[in-house]
Design a protein around this ligand. Sequence first.
Ligand SMILES: *Cc1c(COP(=O)(O)O)cnc(C)c1O
Length: 391
Amino acid sequence: MTYNPDKNGYYGQFGGAFIPELLFPNVKELEDNYIQIIESESFQEEYKALLKDYVGRPSPLYLAKRLSEKYGGNIYLKREDLNHTGAHKVNNTVGQILIAKRLGKTKIIAETGAGQHGVATATVCALMNVECIVFMGEKDIERQAPNVARMKMLGAKIIPATSGSKTLKDATNEAIRYWIQNPETFYLIGSVVGPHPHPDMVARLQAIISEEMKWQLKEKTGKENPDTIIACVGGGSNAAGAFYHYLEDKEVELIAVEAAGLGVNSGESAATSQLGEVGIIHGSKTILMQDEYGQIVEPYSISAGLDYPGVGPLHAFLFDSSRAKFMNATDKEALTAAYELTRLEGIIPALETAHALAVLPKLEIGENQTIVINLSGRGDKDLETYIKYLE
Ligand SMILES: *Cc1c(COP(=O)(O)O)cnc(C)c1O
């Protein structure tokens, strides 16, 4: 497949593994084994059984009738919000913990910004009785108290990152530092980012989303392919999963939606493809927001899950090659879209997901057009923000 990374982990010019020498054996071990493990019968059996009975898959593909009436076409929602822990992230953590176990790892480390990936990781560590350490910026620990409490209840140890801006990128730096000093640990990355093979591994674990979409659409419409798929992009894992089995079907339009914050050119934005340039972040060559010295520019979005200064290398390639169309939505547009979905369909989406919904008014939708929006997560965690907006 054109969209698989080459043997050095590159999608076109993007990807690779830019890692300190001390991490090389660890990353190489994973690289040598991950495909074989994922494709093995025993892994597939255990992974699929957990996705079914623990996560609650297949997630429904729901025809949103009132939303379709408003915007035209047939708009389907892929309901990742109904997964255990409330988002797509658990597809990845369930898969990676099974890989970690097969590699004989007994300790998991992870980094988290808003705490969603931290919770999904702590959840599967509890399930598998594996020690779990989560790195989190000090500022995020204050801002995301409910998720911090969840992780603690699940038995994870939380280590605050106290350097720099005390947010996600600092937590990532701390996690990598710890990994170098403790190479026997397994670094459970939360999106299609990081050094090869992490982006490809996470994409393969999230690919269950489009695998299901194919047979669900066939069942409902008689054909496997929609005309358009829309997903929001932070690091890019839910979009990678929703696009994965359609990447080679050029007639399927792929739309990736980034967070524009207060506006793409406002200085308070996370629209990486529009503002970024080629550089290296978290061990991968990709597009990222940087200043004239190549230092990371702090991104901004109302949604913590899209507040990331880069995109995964697959998405950099999809952008560069124009395979996917990159759009964006502001905080305000996302809030409006979240209220609209809630009032039309009785579904409160995550703020991240609301960005994907927010491009509907900007599209020209044909009467017979079939659109799938990946509903990446539920909005319980965002209620405080939503209520503030209403007032
Ligand atoms: C974390 C998160 C995202 C963004 O992450 P991706 O890797 O880009 O998918 C999107 N939606 C929800 C609900 C999330 O929790």
